[in-house]
Design a protein around this ligand. Structure first.
Ligand code: SF4
Length: 278
């Protein structure tokens, strides 16, 4: 009977080993040596079932619970993103705490190609927040949003508004660089959305600027033509949102700078500030 018990135990172990090898994870600890023995004349007790290891790379459960209300799910359209609730004072949490919750995030496939998680930068109590699409090569290398050529142009735009870069808060819809600077996909936007929401709830801006089509669409949960939407006031969670062109677009189309400047003047007017440039 001992032989039968030993054989069953070995088969159960072998099945698990095969499972473990398939997911290339370290093997679980060896099974206990002492196996239950059956009383004489009775069948051997069954070998207890063991739980198979998880297959997908996921973040620590505690971190996921802290910010995300639910695991990211597959979505097919922007309207399936979670409804945007108003930003409430009681939802305010320190930005560094939110950053810690994000950790070395593996919640979407963008984690595989990034060098750094690019969280956000600027004044944690900024009245004005700029939201872009995602990090590019320079941002990925430095871990800071909008530091490449487009970022330098954004800095000039901010200064033309009579502000310093440190006065505002700057972040992106996704915190990891999409390969080849492609547009972030819906599942990636959905996975990162709780952290964007948490950042905005932390800063509680008075005004927001959406930079480019992807950012504006993600904030509004709907498809938009950025050419038509720019310059027209929208709303995110009760905060006025001004859609405008992305600085990277302006590098390719300098003639559109005057349109962006008109949009930024509307932002300054709402904030009761005089632009530096006429
Ligand atoms: S893009 Fe956001 S959700 Fe995806 S891995 Fe990076 S931090 Fe995590």
């Amino acid at each position: 009977m001992d032989l039968v018990s030993e054989l069953r135990r070995h088969l159960a172990w072998a099945e698990e080993e095969e499972d473990v090898l398939l997911v290339t994870r370290p093997p679980p600890p060896p099974p206990p040596r002492a196996m239950p023995r059956a009383p004489a004349g009775q069948p051997a007790p069954p070998v207890p079932a063991r739980t198979a290891p998880a297959r997908a790379p996921v973040a620590a459960p505690a971190a996921a619970k802290e910010v995300g209300t639910a695991p990211a799910r597959a979505i097919r359209k922007l309207s399936e993103l979670p409804k945007v609730e108003r930003l409430r004072e009681e939802d305010r949490r320190p930005l560094d705490e939110i950053r810690r919750s994000l950790g070395e995030c593996t919640r979407c496939k963008l984690c595989s190609g990034r060098k750094n998680v690019v969280f956000g930068v600027g004044n944690p109590r900024a009245e004005l927040v700029f939201v872009g699409e995602g990090p590019g090569e320079d941002e990925d290398a430095q871990g800071i949003p909008f530091v490449g050529a487009a970022g330098q142009l954004l800095t000039k735009m901010i200064e033309a508004m009579g502000l310093k870069r440190d006065d505002v808060y700057i972040c992106n819809v996704v915190k990891c660089r999409p390969p080849g600077n492609r547009t972030p996909e819906l599942d990636e936007i959905a996975a990162c959305d709780p952290f964007l929401r948490a950042q905005l709830a932390s800063v509680q801006p008075k005004v927001m600027v959406g930079l480019g089509k992807t950012a504006v669409q993600a904030l509004l949960r709907q498809e938009v033509s950025i050419t038509q939407a720019r310059g027209t006031w929208r709303e995110y969670a009760g905060v006025p949102l001004m859609p405008t062109f992305h600085p990277a677009y302006l590098l390719r189309n300098p003639a559109a700078k005057k349109d962006v400047w008109e949009d930024l003047k509307k932002v300054m007017k709402l904030m009761g500030k005089e632009p530096k440039r006429p």
